[in-house]
Design a protein around this ligand. Structure first.
Ligand SMILES: Cc1cc2nc3c(=O)[nH]c(=O)nc-3n(C[C@H](O)[C@H](O)[C@H](O)COP(=O)(O)OP(=O)(O)OC[C@H]3O[C@@H](n4cnc5c(N)ncnc54)[C@H](O)[C@@H]3O)c2cc1C
Length: 396
């Protein structure tokens, strides 16, 4: 917690201005901190009177880091299959576990999911903790968080990974809070520091303009979420052998505060742009919603789907599920054709791991050309129809 020494505080207000979270105010003769404090330490560094300090000693003393071992993945099951991101987490989880010389495990809650345990083992898990019960049939944050918390407390892994999906994002903060651990959201790189085995968790910060690497030196487990499609999925090895451990679910964990009244499947946008091999993306350069018809035509010729920049989505030209980028989806298709997209860093972080990027832009200095495999400098309304025509000729 942030400790304010009222004897030293001069009420100069430097802490208030240096706090990016509005967590400190100086109402009278001494600074006061509120619940928004993230313990970032900016106020401590800037205080000219040395009146502030962060007290982590109590927490440090209660955690024996040496007692924690292993990497654990939250395997997310929904709509009849394990979410693809879980296999991506097992891919990176296996590497981290091998580097640390520890086991990789997966926790799989669900109504009837035992059949998927072998897939998780083939993807790298040494152990699958199987939490099967009808209560997990529907996603309920409190019971999912409860069972994850229980397995983590029992097993004491040093690292816990979850997908930055709607489910992962809602359940994992519950767990991190319950076990008093830190959590780094939306990591794009995870690696082990050889010198001390620390997990280095890298993610974009400040609107994607810098990459921040976060460490968790004093508490365990080290917890991180990873966005879908950022890590390569594990290559299944059907000869792998592992252990499936049924989790005993205590009755109190089955008392959910949440009643699921109805599950409505989004039928508006069936195509998941994260799962197709070819994407044709349109940006502000289309100039109007009609431009997306041209983008759709090219996507149809290529058997692909339509994606978009945030500028196009914000303009109301295409719905949000098509948005690629920091606040949209991360995609890694074989082919990504960016039409009238400048290549702002917030867009680039969502598509730069595509195998081949083709950029069509009339500004030869557009940043998209820095990440493009092939670039066409020209008006998209001239270039795209020619591409479609050529594709049709080839097909004939
Ligand atoms: C916190 C934060 C999060 C963000 N998240 C995202 C995100 O998830 N995804 C995202 O995309 N953006 C995101 N943005 C916005 C991002 O910064 C850019 O503003 C956005 O990506 C720009 O979209 P654009 O490239 O379509 O438009 P512009 O930057 O306006 O570029 C349009 C391009 O089209 C070209 N052009 C114009 N007419 C033609 C033509 N006829 N033929 C060919 N080329 C043409 C222009 O030369 C220009 O390069 C975010 C911003 C912030 C601050």
């Amino acid at each position: 917690m942030l400790i304010i020494d009222s004897d030293k505080c001069t009420a100069c207000g430097v802490c208030e201005t240096s706090c990016a979270f509005g967590a400190i105010s100086v109402p009278s003769d001494c600074a006061v901190v509120n619940d928004s404090c993230t313990l970032c330490g900016a106020c401590v560094e800037n205080c000219p009177a040395d009146a502030l300090r962060i007290d982590v000693a109590e927490r440090r003393a209660s955690v024996n880091i040496g007692e924690y071992a292993g990497v654990m993945v939250f395997a997310e099951y929904r709509h009849g299959k394990v979410a693809p991101v879980s296999y991506e987490l097992l891919g990176i989880g296996r590497k981290l576990a091998d580097q640390r010389g520890v086991k990789l495990s997966a926790v799989l809650p669900g109504g009837s999911v035992a059949a998927y345990a072998d897939d998780l083992i083939a993807a790298g898990a040494d152990t699958v903790f199987l939490a099967e019960h009808p209560i997990f049939e529907q996603f309920r944050e409190d019971v999912y968080a409860g069972i994850l918390e229980q397995v983590i407390r029992d097993q004491q892994p040093e690292v816990v990974l979850a997908g930055a999906t709607a489910i992962g994002r809602s359940v994992i903060p519950y767990v991190a809070t319950a076990i008093d651990a830190g959590l780094t959201a939306d990591c794009t790189r995870l690696e082990i520091r050889e010198a001390d085995g620390m997990l280095l968790q890298t993610r974009p910060a400040f609107g994607g303009n810098i990459m921040a690497t976060i460490e968790c030196p004093h508490t365990r487990p080290q917890m991180a979420t990873v966005r879908p499609k950022v890590m390569a999925p594990a290559i299944p090895d059907l000869s792998r052998v592992g252990q499936v451990v049924p989790v005993q679910i205590p009755p109190h964990l089955l008392q959910s505060q949440i009643e699921v009244l109805e599950t409505v499947v989004n039928t508006e946008d069936q195509v998941n742009i994260q799962e197709v091999e070819t994407l044709v993306a349109g940006g502000r350069g289309l100039d109007s919603p009609k431009g997306f018809q041209l983008i759709r035509d090219l996507a149809n010729e290529l058997g692909g789907a339509v994606a978009a920049s945030r500028a196009a989505v914000d303009s109301g030209w295409i719905p949000y599920p098509h948005q690629v980028g920091q606040t949209g989806k991360t995609v890694s298709p074989k082919l990504y054709i960016a039409c009238g997209i400048s290549g702002a860093v917030q867009h680039a972080v969502g598509m730069q791991s595509s195998e081949i990027v083709v950029a069509i832009n009339r500004d030869k200095n557009a940043p998209i050309f820095d990440i493009a495999t092939y670039g066409v400098v020209g008006d998209l309304y001239e270039v795209v129809p020619q591409l479609i025509k050529r594709l049709q000729e080839i097909k004939k």
